[in-house]
Design a protein around this ligand. Sequence first.
Ligand SMILES: Nc1ncnc2c1ncn2[C@@H]1O[C@H](COP(=O)(O)OP(=O)(O)O)[C@@H](O)[C@H]1O
Ligand SMILES: [Mg+2]
Length: 258
Amino acid sequence: MISVEHVSMILPAAGRSVTILEDITFTVPPKQMVAVVGPSGSGKSTLLGLMAGLDKPTSGSITLEGTDITSLSENRMARFRREKVGYVFQSFHLIPTLTALENVAVPLELSGERAAGKRAAELLAAVGLSDRRGHYPVQLSGGEQQRVAVARAFACRPPILLADEPTGNLDSATGAQVIELLLALHRDYGTTLVLVTHDTTLAASMQRVLSLRDGRVESDSSLSFCESTVESTGERLSSEWVIPSIPLHSDSPIEPNS
Ligand SMILES: Nc1ncnc2c1ncn2[C@@H]1O[C@H](COP(=O)(O)OP(=O)(O)O)[C@@H](O)[C@H]1O
Ligand SMILES: [Mg+2]
């Protein structure tokens, strides 16, 4: 559950203050998949960063899983983020001096997981990269790096996964693999997914689309899938951009198209 309430972000720029986000309010129920869309500069990355506690808003509050993160100290925020929020960056942000396996193991080790290496190896296997575990980021393709980044973001099984244009630096086929991975996490673990994207097809395959413009919520639509579509296409996700089947959890509070 994510609750963003009256969040504004005002930053100094060129000797004056610029309003980047203005009075943003919305709630994401558990297990929902939300696309955040909007033109470049509309505040999408700023909003997602605030939701991950990477920065604090000028005013307003953000509550994740019942905790107001705007009041947490940096140390407590770091711990909270590790347990509750996975974050995937457009440009991967892997640690260049660590192997794929070591990158995935970092959050596990920090959270005191004793079998961090073993669990990291399982996660790499789950994203199809067992044979790349000893590779450094420069030795991996963009798609491989992003799959490592997704494995790392999900290592501690956070209930919330935030992704800022996770396919923005990937070709469409590779991007589709990464999206499939994120959707599988939602399907298998009920992970709440909020992702920024420019891809309208991808956005439409989310349950809800939140559209920003000039730092404000321009529209907030709830999308839903037809039951018969889910039945006819079966359980597996396809690797195409149009994701035909996403079995919805029966307790997902998803509103019908309005
Ligand atoms: N640290 C900062 N200081 C001043 N302005 C910023 C800062 N970060 C972002 N901005 C500005 O805030 C606006 C929104 O940026 P951003 O959230 O990155 O938008 P988006 O992700 O939608 O492209 C842009 O106009 C950007 O230039
Ligand atoms: Mg951005």
